[in-house]
Design a protein around this ligand. Structure first.
Ligand SMILES: CC(C)(COP(=O)(O)OP(=O)(O)OC[C@H]1O[C@@H](n2cnc3c(N)ncnc32)[C@H](O)[C@@H]1OP(=O)(O)O)[C@@H](O)C(=O)NCCC(=O)NCCS
Length: 140
């Protein structure tokens, strides 16, 4: 199975929404709730003019298997549940790095929520170093 990345087109927006809404609850830092189609489309439209935003769909030749995006140097990756733990996420990071070099990036970072073990694992096994621990306290 050969994993490839292709540029996102508008036809992919619903697939990306589905992925984002499937995983936000336990896995993401920034997304706090289910995104509506309207919110998602608005976001995607706005990013079209953002030269620091790059996004790809990964496919195995037959199926879409995931999504990866760079916002400046910040990577976010999702692999469709049924395709996880087969090395696809790792392959996607490799392919994204090639693209990132072309864009001129020298460093990539990832923010990972505590206890998102598969995410922590994928970055560690792909030679990302832990540089920051973020602490938060509710004061209300
Ligand atoms: C993180 C994610 C992209 C990894 O994709 P993937 O295709 O499964 O990645 P890989 O198969 O290359 O590697 C996954 C590794 O995590 C390990 N793993 C999976 N679940 C785990 C768990 N609960 N605890 C520890 N390790 C775990 C797998 O065993 C594998 O490691 P191995 O190759 O040493 O066996 C995928 O799990 C995902 O989409 N998660 C939801 C979205 C998300 O959290 N994205 C990250 C936000 S930046």
């Amino acid at each position: 199975m050969e994993i490839k990345l292709r540029q996102v087109s508008k036809e992919d927006w619903d697939y990306i929404l589905e992925l984002r809404n499937n995983f936000f609850k336990d896995d993401f830092i920034e997304q706090k709730k289910i995104l509506t189609k309207k919110e998602h489309y608005e976001y995607m439209k706005n990013q079209k003019s953002n030269t620091n935003f790059h996004q790809w769909i990964s496919s195995d030749g037959k199926n879409n298997v995931g999504y990866i995006r760079l916002l400046k140097d910040d990577v976010s990756i999702i692999v469709d549940q049924k395709f996880q733990n087969k090395g696809i996420g790792t392959k996607m990071l490799e392919l994204m790095e090639k693209e990132a070099r072309k864009i001129g990036l020298k460093k990539i970072k990832a923010l990972v929520r505590k206890n998102n073990f598969s995410s922590e694992k994928i970055f560690l096994k792909n030679n990302y170093n832990v540089t920051t621990l973020m602490f938060e306290k509710e004061i209300e």
